[in-house]
Ligand binder design. Structure first.
Ligand code: UD1
Ligand code: CA
Length: 473
């Protein structure tokens, strides 16, 4: 149910310079979702009346991603006045004038923050009828963070930014996570009084905490249950730490749902992946994007599946697949490369050193060894011989190969598309199939073999081959 007293502001205007990237920081991916996408999902889970994102750096690119992830979001542009306080101020201007509830503020670069922690922060804020409640964390190394300054009796006095802190204040290990709940009236009122007189010449949101307290309202800081929950991603070291942490959480979730993961450290699973019970994931498996795995499948080792559907009981070994569908009890690999629009139907096989693209291999049909199959359909229960290449590209157009059901093609064939091989047909080894093969026919086009007796002894006298031949003859 929508909480009509709640609004969430997502701060996403900063440049993220420490990432050293052409891509805006909050668009970097974590478990297949942009950093800001995690924050938006958490915001949505609170069911607020409105979510507002404040943007400025790489504005259009950021807005494109944000609006696709959350079409109902309100976008607000920060002006040239810098700082988190200014970002909140422009967001507040976009709120209905009669809004009298609470404002939750989160940063686009804090992806691990969960909705339960925020709900607890909101509950504490409401229970204390506070003006401001912020989420803090106790860190071993607090360098760079704003510090939570408390009085001798432990009450929150205010926040001081690292760059503005005294040596004594820098020894404080409780830091501001940048996540807050404010009651909107005192936030509006006191934010108007915040200036930019600090070491960064920015309008700090953090300054508002002491001002609200000075106005006689309660302010409090609630420490998060673990520091990683509020970790901000500022550089690529922190990005990989968060990725590892989130991956461990995702894997744990699948394990609790009945998936065997042999080596969690070398297994990477995106947030969007679904996996059925009794699936086994062997070391070095990456399951990405919209991949789904049905029950009893065995994936890996060393397998990457992107946007791929795997049906019940399939086995996929040392394989790279994108946008493929692998049928029930089918087998793939080792060393297979399934490119987009490969469909392997139930009980089928794509074997070793086989590349497929835009092709359907029918029920029970097999392409077991050393082949390239592109723009092809194979019917049911057919076997494509070892080393078969579909010559699907004539330099201008991509052409189709159609292989029927119960077909047996010989080793080392070339199917020069467009070409059709009828049901129940055979082809001989080494055939270059340029013409359609009627149902039930055997196609052969290699020249008859000639054996020139004694050729080696006559032409390669004295070699080991000639001696071996002489001994036999
Ligand atoms: C901020 C806090 C600090 C806290 C830390 C936690 C302030 C002044 N400091 O510092 O107390 O310990 O977060 O991670 O708030 N942003 C804008 N507009 C701006 C500047 C920033 O929208 O003009 C956004 C950024 O995109 C980011 C968030 O605000 O999502 C925080 O900004 P950042 O520059 O990372 O602040 P910190 O220096 O980390
Ligand atoms: Ca930050």
């Amino acid at each position: 149910m929508t909480d009509s007293n709640l609004v969430v502001i997502v701060l996403a205007a900063g440049a993220g310079t420490r990432m050293k990237s052409a891509k805006p920081k909050i668009l970097h991916s974590l478990a297949g979702v942009p950093l800001v996408g995690h924050v938006l999902a958490t915001a949505r889970a609170l069911e607020p009346a409105q979510v507002i994102a404040v943007v400025r750096h790489e504005r259009d690119r950021v807005v494109g991603v944000i609006s696709e992830l959350m079409p109902e979001i309100t976008i607000v542009d920060q002006d040239e006045i810098p700082g988190t306080g200014r970002a909140v101020e422009v967001a507040l201007a976009a709120l209905p004038a009669d809004f009298a509830g609470e404002v939750v503020i989160v940063s686009g670069d804090v992806p691990m923050l969960d909705a339960d922690t925020l709900a607890q922060l909101i509950a504490e804020h409401r229970a204390a009828a506070a003006g401001a409640t912020l989420l803090s964390a106790i860190l071993e190394d607090a360098t760079g963070y704003g510090r939570v300054v408390r009085s001798a009796d432990g009450l929150l006095e205010g926040i001081v930014e690292h760059k503005d802190a005294t040596d004594l204040q820098r020894e404080i290990t409780e830091v501001n996570s940048g996540t807050y709940v404010f009651s909107v009236a005192p936030l509006r009122e006191q934010l108007a009084l915040v200036g930019t007189q600090n070491s960064q010449n920015e309008k700090y949101l953090t300054d508002v905490v002491a001002l609200i307290r000075g106005a006689g309202l309660a302010v409090a800081a609630m420490p998060a249950s673990a520091p990683w929950i509020v970790a901000g991603i500022n550089d690529r070291v922190q990005l990989s730490e968060a990725a590892q942490r989130m991956n461990a959480l995702i894997i744990r979730g699948h394990q609790m749902n009945g998936v065997t993961v042999h080596d969690p450290a070398s297994t990477w699973i995106d947030l969007s992946v679904s996996i059925g019970e009794d699936v086994e994931l062997l070391p070095g498996t990456q399951l990405l994007g919209a991949t789904s795995i049905e029950r009893d499948a065995i994936i890996g080792p060393d397998t990457t599946l992107l946007d791929t559907e795997v049906r019940q009981g399939a086995t996929i070994k040392r394989t790279d697949a994108t946008l493929a569908v692998i049928g029930a009890w089918a087998t793939v690999g080792p060393f297979a490369y399934l490119r987009p629009n490969t469909v392997l139907e139930a009980d089928g096989k794509i074997g070793t050193f086989v590349e497929t693209k835009n092709s359907t291999i029918g029920k029970g049909s097999k392409v077991p060894h050393l082949s390239y199959i592109g723009d092809t359909t194979v019917g049911e229960q057919s076997n494509v011989g070892a080393g078969t290449i579909t010559a699907n590209y004539d330099g201008v157009n991509k052409n189709k190969t159609v292989v029927g059901s119960h077909v047996r093609t010989g080793s080392h064939n070339v199917f020069v598309a467009p070409v059709r091989i009828g049901d129940g047909a055979y082809t001989g080894a080494g055939t270059v199939v340029r013409k359609d093969v009627p149902a039930g026919a055997l196609a052969i086009n290699v020249a008859p073999q000639r054996n020139m007796e004694g050729w080696v002894e006559a032409n390669r006298a004295g070699t080991a081959a000639a001696k071996a031949a002489a001994e036999t003859n």
